[in-house]
Design a protein around this ligand. Structure first.
Ligand code: HEM
Length: 457
């Protein structure tokens, strides 16, 4: 099968480069081979960063292309076999239909107050001149928010333990863990001190906690509940069958993990840039202050400069480097290359967001670019697109804005080291800052976001 050009080194070497240096490796390939190239990742994979080609793939990923889960097996140890990410075809379509509504429209906006309240609670612990890790703080907030969305009001020892074990499991992102995910033969359980052994034990505990929760709900059904777990338990397929406990558990794992780590990282980047660049901070604080009485979550959501800051944070170092794999179904021509059925294609979100023709001075953080022009969904695609577009896209954007507005209207923060240059690196199957971003509170505002606190949406 003739594939677009790409590096000629042995597949094993390319796989290691991909695992350890994914972004520099992609950038070097784009520099040498352009908008489309093939990496030998056993099997070979075609990377695409041309907006027209991305449009062709993502608007047709149920016709000329498919979006199967066969290549999402790296997610299976974490999410299970029944996750929306690891299922395909009709089952995938139905699960998406079930999961999308709670993360959109009015249902989503009802979480505005929860997001605000959780943020208020976490940031009330900050103390003047006492540094804290931005990522840990953001992770606590986004984890609690998604737990509330999934389970409804969720407190008590089980909730606390779930939060803690999940966070520990996700924070372990050693290169060894990534290698284990990519090479199943290396997943060896040598007891609780070995890397894979630790993972298995933590996952077992998370499963136990989720199963207990599901059992408790089955024993005490409450039709008035509107949380996502209740929705999953009430769902019936065309044959009238309910989801099994295992199916529900895998879907919960998916939402709890995909639904908080990504948003926490995006927020961490946003906080870094806002406090790295005084002009950005000044403009943003001014805009948030100007909302005054109208600083309810829906006004916050519509604030133009805040939106531009969030977009630019998601552009410059996208948390998801790639779309999930799409596979050619019928012979197709992409960027002048004829691709045969079976070819695996990945949209490189990272490379598309680094295109100088779309984003001049692409290495600079410039929110203004999002005020000056509109980008198509194939030029700016931090949440992917098409049949597997992120289910949490609207929710994550809403959440980022409400959290940032609350933080900036309550505290003056600063980077502990203003000269620190942070780069992105792989964090498991997504990306994040290569070192800890430490922030320090300088001053607390007297009347933190009065209106936000008393508002309805
Ligand atoms: C800033 C935060 C987030 C980013 C950058 C992000 C990014 C992405 C990307 C790039 C994809 C792949 C899309 C594709 O292949 O076309 C994806 C899929 C997905 N995301 Fe997100 N995501 C974020 C937040 C969330 C949240 C909050 C949730 C849950 C509520 C979520 C749940 C999912 C799920 C379930 C999928 C798989 C969809 C499918 O296979 O059909 N994500 N996300």
């Amino acid at each position: 099968m003739k594939l677009p050009n790409g590096p000629k080194s042995p597949a094993f070497v390319q796989m290691l480069q991909w695992i350890f240096q994914p972004m520099p490796f992609m950038a070097a390939c784009a520099e040498r081979y352009g908008d489309i190239f093939t990496m030998q990742l056993n099997p070979p994979v075609v990377f695409v960063s041309n907006p027209e080609a991305l449009q062709q793939i993502l608007t047709s990923d149920t016709k000329e292309f498919a979006a199967p889960s066969d290549w999402n097996k790296v997610f299976e140890p974490m999410l299970g076999k029944n996750s929306v990410i690891t299922v395909s075809g009709e089952v995938h379509r139905r699960q998406r239909q079930l999961l999308m509504p709670p993360f959109h429209g009015d249902r989503m906006r009802t979480y505005g107050q929860v997001i605000h309240d959780v943020t208020a609670q976490v940031i009330s612990q900050w103390e003047i001149d006492k540094p804290f890790c931005a990522r840990s703080a953001m992770q606590i907030i986004t984890m609690r928010v998604i737990m509330q969305a999934v389970f409804g009001l969720y407190e008590g020892p089980r909730a606390q333990e779930l939060e803690q074990v999940l966070a520990t499991m996700l924070n372990e992102n050693s290169p060894l863990r990534v290698v284990e995910l990519y090479f199943p033969a290396l997943r060896l359980d040598f007891g609780p001190r070995s890397s894979w052994g630790r993972f298995l034990r933590r996952r077992k505990r998370v499963h136990q906690l989720l199963n207990e929760e599901i059992q408790e709900r089955r024993e005490n059904p409450d039709p008035s509940r509107t949380d996502i777990l209740s929705l999953l338990m009430a769902a019936r397929d065309e044959a009238g069958e309910a989801m099994t406990d295992e199916e529900i558990r895998d879907e919960l794992m998916t939402l709890l993990t995909a639904g908080h780590e990504t948003t926490a990282t995006a927020l961490t980047w946003a906080l870094y840039w806002i406090h790295k660049l005084p002009s950005v901070q000044q403009k943003l604080v001014q805009e948030i202050d100007s909302l005054g009485e109208n600083s309810d979550p829906s006004s916050v959501f519509k604030s133009p400069y805040l939106n531009a800051v969030c977009c630019e944070a998601l552009r410059i170092y996208p948390v998801g480097m790639l779309t999930f794999p799409r596979v050619v179904k019928t012979p197709v021509s992409l960027c002048g290359h004829d691709l045969e059925p079976g070819t695996i294609v990945l949209g490189s979100i990272y490379l598309t967001h680094q295109r100088e023709d779309l984003y001049p001075q692409h290495q600079q953080f410039k929110p203004e670019r999002f005020l000056e022009r509109q980008f198509s969904p194939y030029e700016f695609l931090p949440f992917g697109g098409g049949a597997r577009r992120c289910i949490g896209m609207a929710f994550a954007q809403f959440e980022m804005k409400v959290i940032l507005a609350k933080i900036l209207s309550s505290w003056d923060l600063a980077l502990v080291d203003q000269n620190l240059e942070i780069r992105p690196k792989r964090r498991g199957l997504v990306t994040g800052p290569n070192r800890s971003i430490q922030l320090v509170a300088k001053q607390q505002h007297q009347l933190p976001s009065r209106a936000l606190e008393s508002s309805s949406i």
